[in-house]
Design a protein around this ligand. Structure first.
Ligand SMILES: [Zn+2]
Length: 200
């Protein structure tokens, strides 16, 4: 006998997140959903970007150079895709300026592009407040755990997450949030995108 209900089924649980970098040919636009930047040293090793696993790091032992990369979770306002975004620490400077101003990255609308339109050309990131009256942001994923899945780090190694969980969560007083909203409205009126640049 068919079984009917008035409710739509729950959305399938999301086990993995895509990792996106700035494409060469068009800007990537998204709204950050996490509060903070997550920075990890990586190597380009074995044909792909991998985390530095010092003190026992095969790539370090082979003198492979390492670079700081920044990771954040973001939602594409057009498609509602929720994904992880990667850029270099240099390119991410506008994000740290943003956090200094607003206290959290969540709600930051950004556009990442490569003005020279080449695959490894410098990335430019422009930021402005998102209009959150028209869009609701999903909760941020556990970025370190999601990256461990992408980097194919065995489950046992994800225990490192415990160390990250011990960092006190950022709390923002509601009056500060109201001030941020007012500032965001002024900011929207007074300026267009802020400018920043860096390497990919
Ligand atoms: Zn290393």
């Amino acid at each position: 006998m068919p079984s009917w209900t008035h409710d739509l089924p729950a959305a399938p649980t999301h086990h993995g997140y895509d990792l996106r970098r700035t494409p060469p040919d068009r800007p990537l636009r998204a709204i950050a959903t996490c509060d903070a930047l997550n920075v990890c040293f990586t190597h380009y090793w074995g044909g792909r970007t991998r985390p530095c696993e010092t003190p026992e790091c095969e790539a370090c032992n082979a003198m492979s150079p390492k670079r700081a990369h920044c990771y954040l979770s973001a939602m594409d306002p057009a498609t509602r895709d929720h994904f992880l975004f990667e850029c270099t620490a240099t390119a991410a400077l506008p994000f740290s300026d943003w956090i200094e101003t607003y206290g959290t990255l969540r709600g930051c609308l950004f556009q990442a592009s490569r003005p020279k339109r080449r695959r490894n050309a410098k990335v430019e990131i422009l930021t402005k407040p998102a209009d959150l009256s028209k869009i609701s942001l999903p909760p941020a994923p556990d970025i370190a755990a999601a990256m461990s899945v992408i980097w194919q780090i065995p489950g046992s190694a994800i225990q490192h997450q415990d160390a990250i969980n011990m960092i006190p969560a950022m709390t923002i007083a509601s009056d500060k949030v109201d001030r941020m909203r007012i500032n965001a409205a002024d900011f929207e009126k007074a300026t267009s995108y802020r400018r920043g640049n860096g390497t990919p």
